[in-house]
Design a binder for this molecule. Sequence first.
Ligand code: GDP
Ligand code: IMO
Ligand code: MG
Length: 426
Amino acid sequence: MIKVIVGLQWGDEGKGKIIDLMAQDSDYIVRFQGGNNAGHTVVVNDKEFVFHLIPSGILHSEKTCVIANGVVVDPVVLLEEISTLKKEGIDVGGRLKISGFCHLIMPYHKIMDRIREKKRMHRLGTTGKGIGPCYADKVARCGIRIIDLFDNSIFKEKLRDNLKEKNAIFKKVYGYHGFSFNKIYNQYKEYAHNLLPYICNTSILLREAIKSRKSILFEGAQGTFLDIDFGTYPYVTSSSTIAGSIYTGTGIKPLKIDKIIGVIKAYTTRVGEGPFPTEFSSSFSEIIRQRGNEFGATTGRPRRCGWLDAVMLKAAIDINDVSEMAVMKLDVLEGLRKIRICKGYKYKNKLLKKLEDFIFDAYIFRRVKPIYEEMDGWSESLADIRDFKKLPLNARKYLRRLEEILSVPISIVSVGSQRQQTIYIN
Ligand code: GDP
Ligand code: IMO
Ligand code: MG
């Protein structure tokens, strides 16, 4: 069985919880893009784990967790995650596999990310983890990959080349003192030593696994509208977040995927800047933020909150070929008199009609006004409900209406962060 989990909004949909649940029936759990800009939360018996790089299936012993080539790796964060898990008694040895082709986030990437943000006329609101500059170097072919660390002369040459150019830019353009070759070299050699047991060619590993009919779960990070090509550019991340990128992000062959599960929140959130047509007023946003604990799992920033946007979801379902949906955090909406779903936009402009085909481009998208359908809310608490039929009538109506608008079945409804606070729909 091959399954893919993707976020259909702007990230933080609750993918971590779903991955953890689905990992039970999987042999391999695979991250294929993004980096430690991701924060995937898994709650087990009131204990909260937040994974930034290690796949969210790691809590299930016996499962192999793979960080494939499409992921950019900050070795400091990765080693910290491994050691935190060890302290919790979770041994990752032998079952955590990291591709040697992963590009490394270097100290200059993190500083570059932060300085660029400060200097921009319109900030993007990045996580400041160096993701954009690292992917930029990958594409510019001056990136340093994990495999390079194991050959002293190659690592030295690449690091020298990079520092020569980057230190000049840092000093002349950004007025920032440069980076020391020796310091970075020695630090990264130590990281290499500590990472060595986990490194392999994960592309070969996964192709072998597929050949022997193992069950594989691909763990998407971020969300569809943070995709570098199809998101609300330039207010996006620097990787391809859609299901299609599992191929380039892992090096598996095109194959038949059994399920593509789209994860959505029962409302919408976004961290960072960028257009958000269904965004609540700041006072209502604050209420939902408190109820839903909507603070970034990576940066702690308050998340912006808004109504569910079915126009965006339709586009996300289409581009990812979503076969079923998991609706998360339905409990957060309890007690609202009315609930809205955005079903269309008003888009008045004097420009070419053709632009409507590029609606999610940030500069077009910020000009749309949502058209809502309003439904009655419910007052009952959902936290202890485990059976779809026991949900309040209006909660069921909301879910059924969503399925109708989106033409995709909902297979999971989540009513709390705990594993057991989950309703499965056949
Ligand atoms: P991800 O990045 O998509 O994995 O999502 P995050 O972990 O960043 O954010 C989701 C947050 O919602 C986490 O704090 C989860 O513990 C929490 N969560 C997940 N499902 C539910 C739910 O059904 N109800 C509530 N109240 N919280 C949930
Ligand atoms: P998960 O996997 C929510 C957002 C940042 C910023 C933009 C660019 O937890 O859903 P970056 O640091 O990637 O260059 O920032 O992307 N962003 C996320 N928002 N969830 C995430 O991941 C995110 N990863 C990046 O807030 O707006
Ligand atoms: Mg998150």
